[in-house]
Design a binder for this molecule. Structure first.
Ligand code: GDD
Ligand code: MG
Length: 349
């Protein structure tokens, strides 16, 4: 059985982080995001190949993941000539398929029981099965209404506030039957959410929902990107070895005496932290970063090889790779710096 991972989006909402790092491989505790999705797919031993559907910066992703041998799956790359939309991408990658296929949005993190989703799909002999998850505000997602038998009755992408009739949304995980793909046009962009799913309902085809109440998040905005790190540190999503509330410090990090570490936090290999610095709670410091004397870093994510000058303060900021925050500079909550940003001494952002 094959899985298609939709990873062709530009990651616009995560800019500037995604200028040099496409969204599917932004690091979560130093691990490219796609690794977590491959972990999920590996729950189902039947899945023997993951097709990565790409068009934005495919090379960088290919270089990193290779043929998948290091991850224990076979990876095939399908690079669209131009963005074909979520349905167009599925057809482009899956045109030759003859058996059910699992499709996953490349930016969702969850511990859904994928084997149970497949069982439901087969029991109901569905043309499509969709995972739903409850959220407080469905406006940023695809709203999905179901009937009492769990059939999908309505799919409304990005509803207006006055169109919200329930709290279940599309979690971005589907099982599809390839004999439905012939309705997807080959050469124009077509949306699975706005066109393909509504077409199943219009034609009265069996379209089934599986509701997942456990952990689920779309990492596509800076707020959600910070949140996923908090959730892992708090143990809401299990990603060994974190999540027990205490500081996690690489044995290879150099922490001087007089550093104040407040858990939960994560300090990667090769980090150096100087005396008087305060790090945490919820600080995630990437490999080879340097934090100088009396600096403060809390509720922030710092990608590898960045340097935080003495007495600088970061609160709820995200820094790309190789940034340099000068002495006594202050970054207020919400600041996001792209790779190689330089903040001069005493600046306030
Ligand atoms: N290959 C390819 N080609 N992939 C694409 C394309 C394309 O043209 N357009 C988007 N994608 C990929 C993105 O990389 C992402 O992994 C996934 O498809 C979904 O796109 P997003 O841009 O992240 O959509 P969204 O978050 O606004 O909404 C989608 O996800 C929600 C759940 O997180 C929709 O599926 C909603 O219905 C859903 O609720
Ligand atoms: Mg998304």
């Amino acid at each position: 059985m094959k899985a298609i991972l939709l990873a062709g989006g530009k990651g616009t909402r995560l800019r500037p982080l995604t200028i040099h790092t496409p969204k599917p491989i932004v690091p979560i505790f130093g691990r490219p995001f796609l690794y977590y999705q491959i972990d999920l797919l590996k729950q189902v031993p039947e899945i023997d190949e993951v097709m990565l559907s790409l068009n934005y910066q495919p090379r960088r992703i290919e270089e990193l993941l290779g043929d998948g041998a290091g991850l224990g799956v076979r990876i095939r790359y399908v690079v669209e000539p131009a963005p074909l939309g979520t349905a167009g991408a599925v057809r482009y990658a899956g045109d030759a398929l003859t058996e059910s296929v699992v499709v996953i949005n490349g930016d969702v993190l969850t511990q859904v029981d994928l084997a149970a989703v497949l069982r439901l799909h087969r029991e109901r002999q569905a043309k499509a099965t969709i995972v739903l998850t409850p959220v407080e505000n469905p406006t940023a997602y695809g709203l999905v209404e179901t009937d009492e038998r769990g059939n999908v009755r309505r799919f409304l992408e990005k509803p207006n506030p006055d169109e919200i009739t329930c709290n279940t949304i599309n979690a971005g995980i589907y099982v599809l039957e390839p004999d439905t793909f012939d309705r997807i046009p080959r050469d124009v962009a077509w949306s699975i959410e706005r066109s393909f799913f509504p077409s199943l309902i219009e034609r009265g085809e069996t379209f089934v929902a599986y509701v997942h109440d456990g952990y689920w998040i779309d990492i596509g905005t800076p707020e959600k990107y910070l949140q996923v790190h908090r959730d892992v540190l708090d143990g809401r999503f299990q990603a060994v070895p974190f999540g027990n509330g205490t500081p996690w410090v690489s044995p290879d990090a150099r922490i001087e005496d007089g550093v104040e570490l407040t858990g939960p936090n994560f300090i990667a290999d090769g980090v150096s932290i100087k005396a008087g610095a305060r790090v945490g709670p919820y600080a995630v410091i990437g490999q080879q970063c340097e934090i100088e004397e009396d600096a403060l870093v809390e509720r922030s994510i710092v990608w590898p090889s960045s340097r935080i000058g003495r007495e600088a303060a970061l609160r709820q900021a995200i820094l790309g790779r190789r940034c340099h925050v000068g002495r006594s500079a202050t970054l207020q909550p919400g600041v996001v710096l792209g790779d190689r940003s330089v903040v001069t001494d005493f600046s306030r952002l």
